[in-house]
Design a protein around this ligand. Sequence first.
Ligand code: NAD
Ligand code: IPM
Ligand code: MN
Length: 347
Amino acid sequence: MKSHSIALIPGDGIGRDVTAAAWTVLETAAKQSGFALAGTEFPWSCEFYKDTGSMMPEDGIETLRGFDAILLGAVGWPAEVPDSVSLHGLLLPIRKAFAQYANIRPHRLLPGVTGPLRAESFDILCIRENTEGEYSGAGGRVHQGTPDEVAVETSIFTRAGVERILRFGFEQARARRGKLASVTKSNAQKYSMVFWDEITRKLAAEYPDVTVTSYHVDALAARMIMQPESLDVVVASNLFGDILTDIGAAMQGGLGYAASANINPDHSVPSMFEPVHGSAPDIAHLGIANPIATIWSAAMMLDHLGERNAAERVMTALEATTARGIGTTPGKDRTEAITAAVVAALS
Ligand code: NAD
Ligand code: IPM
Ligand code: MN
């Protein structure tokens, strides 16, 4: 029987609940579709940091390299470990080490879920650059704690990095409704963002079948709310994409519905699948975290592993569940009840 090896990193807070939920669904789907999933769980988290002084072992990346995919819950427990330590010790290094440069985040309403907008017919795919830009990590602080203190954090945009994410966006647009929104702030940031716009124009010549429009990020944020149905694929830099996808999550009913895939398309290293949301300390341990975002991310993982049929079956089961009103009202259904309903819809 075909088998895929999955590294499970539940992480912190509700990350543990939603990963367990998604794994239950995955195991059922795999059994029904006739392939195996071999999961290995890693306890890397803020707890692990408190015990060992690091978020993952020194050879953590090398350990993950051997897996077919990574399923991650959420990282961060700011009351005990600064976010700047925990995220730079686990999530962000994984995205960079495996060049998971395309962060794919679909935004649409599942059946039965009411979003805050009047427009209900949007279907937006955000493609977020995931390895450089504003998250390059280049910078430093000098004269710390003194009145002369200086903090510098430099965005780094490389031609290779910008070109590959834009190309990925064009390809996605070509496979969907043929529209690409390229997002910058080139009116204010006259080096990196003008560079991004130039590369967008250059690539547009190779994709005559794709209609590409460049937007400033502030205007695009407003457009997502006011005319969401006008958007198809949106491609943005790391930080802009981060912010726009929390807007997208809100549009689709909340962070509990927003899925995400950190993809390296060449398959030589593992890609990572995780919800858009974080560890939600405010609802951790209550058993009410919505697992739908992570189950959707798990379906994206199946698709990436080549298990298209199982991926579709998980999405169909998820949609059947929300169509019945289960998991559609925040806080009403417990994590376990939503998971059980998805599993039942699979059978
Ligand atoms: P968050 O996404 O954890 O929570 C924001 C709000 O959304 C909270 O009110 C929370 O209860 C709600 N929410 C989130 N997911 C939900 C779900 N599945 N079901 C129901 N409600 C849900 O964002 P935050 O509070 O800014 O961050 C908390 C911690 O998580 C921080 O340490 C942050 O750095 C980290 N974080 C990690 C990731 C990640 O690992 N990918 C992503 C975002 C934030
Ligand atoms: C996300 C998160 C992360 C990001 C944080 C936790 C570093 O907000 O995946 O959207 O900004 O990439
Ligand atoms: Mn985010």
